[in-house]
Design a protein around this ligand. Structure first.
Ligand code: TXA
Ligand code: MG
Length: 347
C-alpha cells in the first residue's frame, strides 16, 4: 500500500515530513517533489533500500543514481575530492537543478553508482526536498519517480500512475516548477563535461567555468554514452513519437506534411506543438500544447505532462514540434530526441 500525503508547498505539514523521513530511515521508498521533477527517494547509504528503487522502477542496475543532500558541507562525506570546477559550480548554483559528478568516497554503496568510482550529488532548491533530507539525516538517493523508460513525473498524480502499490509513500506538493531534470556535469574531466542538459543551462555553466565539453552522446546520436543512463530508452510516451527538427520557418510545413500523410493512412494522430502551431493542425489531430514559441521555460515545465497526455487517447503516432536549443531549449530537445528514440525528421 502506498500512503498519499498532500502538503502545502510553502507551509508543509511537519508531521508528514517527519513520518516520511522516518520511512526513509527505515529503508522505505518515498516519492517527493523537487524543483525539477518528482524523485523516488531511499536512504542513499543503505544498499538494500537503494536496491528497492531499482526494483520499483524496473531500472537497469548499471544506471547510477544521484545522491541528494541538504547542505553543501555534506558533499565532503560523499566525494573523495572536490575539483575546483565543482566548487565553482556549487558556489554559484546550489541549491538548484545541478548535479555534479565527482570521485566517490568508499562509503557510497556500489548500488548507487552502478559500480562506478564516481558519484553524482545534488542539493535541491525545493523546500520540501531539503526538509525531508534534513529530517532523514542521510543522503537521499533519488531518480525521477517514474517507471523506467517513461516520461519523468512533474506531478504527484503521474508518480501515482506509475508507482502506486510499489512504494511506501508519495508526498504531493503540486506541480514542479522547472519540469525537466537537473543538469549533470562530470567534474572529474580536465574540462568539465556536460552529461545531461537540464535546469542549469549550458550558458549558465559557461559563465562560471569558461569552458565546458559536451558529451558526444548529446550531439543528437545515441552513440557511446558516458553517462550510463543515456543508453536506455527514456521519456517515451506509449505511442511512437517523431520529432520534427528544422529551422522555425519550416517546422510547421514539415509537421503538416507528415500529419497529413499519417491521417491519410488512417492513423489516429497526436501532436505536441506550440500555441502558434496548434490552430493550423487539421481537426482530427489530438493536440497537446506545450507553450508559446520561444518560451523554452514554459515548454520545459509542460513537456512531460504533454507527453503523458496521449497515454489513454489511443493515438497510433505522435509528432513533436522541435524548438531552438538556447537556454532550456537544449534540455527540451534532448528529452524530445530521446523520447522519439531518435526518430527525427529533418528536411
Ligand atoms: O532533477 C533530477 O536530477 C531528478 C530529481 C529527482 O533530483 N533526478 C533524476 O535522477 O533525474 P535520474 O536517476 O532519473 O537521472 C540521473 C542521471 C542519469 O542519467 C545517470 O546516468 C546520471 O544522472 N548519473 C548518475 N550518477 C552518475 C555518475 N556517477 N556518472 C555519470 N552519470 C551519472
Ligand atoms: Mg530519470
Amino acid at each position: 500500500r502506498t500512503v498519499y500525503y498532500k502538503v502545502d508547498p510553502v507551509n508543509p505539514d511537519r508531521g508528514v515530513l517527519t513520518a516520511a523521513a522516518q520511512l526513509l530511515r527505515q529503508g522505505g521508498l518515498v516519492a517527493f517533489p523537487t524543483e525539477t521533477v518528482y524523485g523516488l527517494g531511499a536512504n542513499g547509504l543503505d544498499a538494500r533500500a537503494v536496491a528497492g528503487i531499482f526494483r520499483a522502477k524496473g531500472r537497469p542496475a548499471d544506471n547510477p543514481l544521484i545522491l541528494h543532500i541538504d547542505a553543501p558541507g555534506q558533499l565532503a562525506q560523499l566525494a573523495a575530492a572536490v575539483p575546483a570546477s565543482a566548487r565553482a559550480l556549487i558556489d554559484r548554483y546550489w541549491p538548484g537543478p545541478l548535479s555534479v559528478v565527482v570521485q566517490r568516497q568508499p562509503q557510497v554503496p556500489d548500488a548507487v553508482t552502478g559500480g562506478l568510482d564516481t558519484v553524482a550529488v545534488r542539493l535541491p532548491d525545493s523546500l520540501i526536498a531539503r526538509e525531508l533530507i534534513r529530517l532523514a539525516g542521510v543522503p537521499v538517493a533519488a531518480p525521477s519517480a517514474n517507471t523506467s523508460g517513461r516520461p519523468s513525473p512533474t506531478t504527484a498524480r503521474a508518480v501515482e500512475t506509475d508507482l502506486a502499490g510499489r512504494i511506501d509513500a508519495i508526498i504531493d506538493a503540486g506541480p514542479c516548477e522547472i519540469g525537466v531534470e537537473s543538469t549533470v556535469v562530470d567534474c572529474t574531466t580536465p574540462v568539465p563535461t556536460l552529461l545531461r542538459p537540464g535546469g542549469i543551462t549550458y550558458e549558465m555553466l559557461l559563465a562560471v567555468l569558461g569552458a565546458v565539453e559536451i558529451d558526444p552522446a548529446l550531439a543528437g546520436s545515441p552513440a557511446v554514452p558516458r553517462s550510463p543512463g543515456m543508453k536506455y530508452t527514456h521519456y517515451a510516451p506509449a505511442a511512437p513519437l517523431f520529432l520534427i527538427e528544422t529551422g522555425p520557418q519550416h517546422t510547421a510545413v514539415l509537421l503538416l506534411r507528415e500529419i497529413t500523410r499519417a491521417l491519410a493512412a488512417g492513423k489516429t494522430v497526436g501532436a505536441i506543438v506550440s500555441a502558434e502551431t496548434a490552430p493550423v493542425l487539421p481537426a482530427p489531430v489530438i493536440t497537446a500544447v506545450y507553450g508559446p514559441q520561444g518560451g523554452a521555460g514554459v515548454i520545459a515545465a509542460n513537456l512531460y505532462n504533454a507527453l503523458r497526455s496521449f497515454d489513454h487517447k489511443g493515438v497510433d503516432v505522435i509528432y513533436a514540434e522541435g524548438i531552438a536549443e538556447q537556454g532550456l531549449g537544449l534540455a527540451v530537445m534532448n528529452r524530445l530526441r530521446k523520447a522519439s528514440g531518435y526518430r527525427i525528421i529533418r528536411e
